[in-house]
Design a protein around this ligand. Structure first.
Ligand code: UDP
Length: 243
């Protein structure tokens, strides 16, 4: 049972529950891009992202990655462990795209091996700036040990997700993770993993527009946004049914 609304974000609403260690996440259809300068809706996105995140969190848990996921209770709602969110966005990149191309001039599609793990400051007012290790130390956003754990977890999660998406004929280009601390100061993966937070390219076409199966369709007005999200869900579920 949902209690009070604790927080409403761009894509999700967080409610309290009768258990102070548990929160309820509600997935909305609202979509934003460019630090919320562009706003819209993607039909059924909440349901699709809830289903994809549920499956991926379960796979990660099974592979030994601690996550906040407890139970998915409706087509848009999951019960999660209450976390103190670490204000970092941990981005993993296997292929150059997005801000990496804009900021470095690397060509779109260049393979990055070993993958890049980057830390951004989760702060909308500042536009989520890229951090350096020295800046993280200066700002005391996390301890050295925590940062090392985040890096290791992100690399491990990347290995699992890259292999899983490849089995769906999808290339995992890059993605963003958020982590938090539970009551025992353990680091758990939080937030969601979905076409909102990952770049996913369809391996069945090389066409630069056609292959995009993620929020870049919304960001860049490529059309067929709902259909692309739906196709990701179908492929994930087709794989899921084989295991
Ligand atoms: N990302 C995200 N939330 C953010 C910023 C980035 O989920 O606030 C994801 C984005 O979807 C992509 C990856 O993180 O999969 C890397 O994004 P990038 O830094 O290239 O930023 P963008 O080009 O989207 O501005």
């Amino acid at each position: 049972m949902a209690g009070e609304k604790l927080y409403e974000g761009k894509a999700k609403i967080i409610y309290t529950t009768d258990d102070s260690a548990v929160l309820l996440t509600y997935f909305k259809d609202d979509a934003t891009a460019f630090n919320a300068q562009k706003r819209g809706q993607i039909a059924d996105k909440g349901k699709i992202n809830c289903a994809i995140s549920t499956y991926l969190f379960q796979q990660l848990e099974a592979a030994g990655v601690p996550t906040h996921w407890l139970e998915t209770t409706s087509d848009r709602e999951m019960r999660v462990k209450a976390l103190t969110i670490i204000p970092l966005e941990v981005v993993v990149r296997n292929i150059a795209a997005g801000s990496l191309c804009r900021q470095t001039g690397l060509p779109l599609g260049q393979v990055i091996n070993p993958p890049l793990v980057e830390f951004y400051y989760k702060n909308d007012d500042l536009g989520d700036p890229l951090l350096t290790p020295d800046r993280m130390r200066l700002m005391a956003l996390a301890t050295e040990e925590q940062i090392e754990t985040l890096r290791r977890q992100a690399e491990h999660i990347n290995q699992i997700l890259t292999a899983f998406f490849a089995s769906c004929a999808i290339t995992l280009v890059d993605f963003k993770l958020e982590f938090g601390l539970d009551a025992d100061q353990r680091i758990l993966l939080g937030d969601e993993i979905s076409p909102d937070t990952c770049r996913l390219w369809d391996q069945s076409t090389q066409d630069e527009t056609q292959r995009v199966m993620d929020k870049d369709r919304f960001r860049q007005d490529l059309g067929q946004v709902e259909q692309a999200y739906q196709r990701v869900l179908e492929r994930v579920m087709a794989q899921a049914s084989q295991h």
